[in-house]
Design a protein around this ligand. Structure first.
Ligand code: TZP
Ligand code: MG
Length: 208
């Protein structure tokens, strides 16, 4: 489920619409989608956000791909999303776990301390770790951690790890070699001309 994890909101789509991009990505083989409406160019009105979320949720359902909401606990509960992804500065993870007992719960972790702390929790589904490389998609992103640090954090993590941040078709195989369970991307798919080609390149190539 984590292997090709697409994240996007209205702000990430330069040509066409988010539902068009999402459906093309679903057809091309993404395995998970996170709706992340955030930052410059994002929808601001809660009713518009909800309508967009529902359209994306229905598309994900049509292709049997999990639909996860970033941060917005109220929205995720209201529309019955398959899961929620929160960062360390978002709503407290213990509260989130209580609100989503049977759902997918993803938690962002940046360093050893955050992974070790997260390892104590019960009910988290996976960790999002990064930014691995420099990203253009998150204004307040922390400094990139690089592959060696990613590898160390994967070893420490007791849960599946999806890597994030600046992952593209060129560097993705190095990320896979860090033994992650998945790669999550915004811009490389949001801006791809040919989603089939991009997805094919993002897939893990088995080393001989
Ligand atoms: N969290 C850490 S980096 C990032 C988020 C949401 C953005 C990833 O986007 P991109 O375009 O794949 O670097
Ligand atoms: Mg967040």
């Amino acid at each position: 489920m984590l292997s090709l994890y697409f994240i996007a909101g209205t702000q990430d789509i330069l040509k066409g619409t988010l539902p068009e991009k999402l459906e093309a990505a679903l057809k091309a083989g993404i395995t998970c989608f996170q709706y992340r409406e955030k930052g410059t160019g994002s929808l601001q009105k809660s009713e518009e956000i909800k309508q967009m979320a529902i359209v994306c949720q229905e598309l994900c359902r049509k292709y049997s791909v999990p639909f996860i909401v970033n941060d917005d606990v109220a929205l995720a509960l209201e529309i019955g999303a398959d899961g929620i992804h929160v960062g360390q500065e978002d709503q407290n993870i213990v509260d989130v776990l209580n609100l989503f007992p049977d759902k997918i719960v993803g938690l962002s972790c940046y360093d050893e301390m955050e992974v070790a702390k997260a390892n104590q929790l019960e009910g988290v589904s996976y960790y999002g770790i990064g930014p691995v490389y420099r990203t253009i998609s998150k204004k307040d992103a922390q400094k990139q951690i690089g592959i060696t640090k990613l590898q160390e954090l994967v070893k420490l993590a007791k849960l599946p790890v999806v890597a994030i941040g600046g992952i593209d078709t060129e560097n993705v195989q190095a990320v896979w070699q860090a033994d992650v369970d998945g790669v999550s991307v915004i811009s490389v798919l949001a801006r791809a001309k040919d989603l089939d080609v991009a997805i094919e390149k993002l897939k893990k190539v088995r080393s001989k």
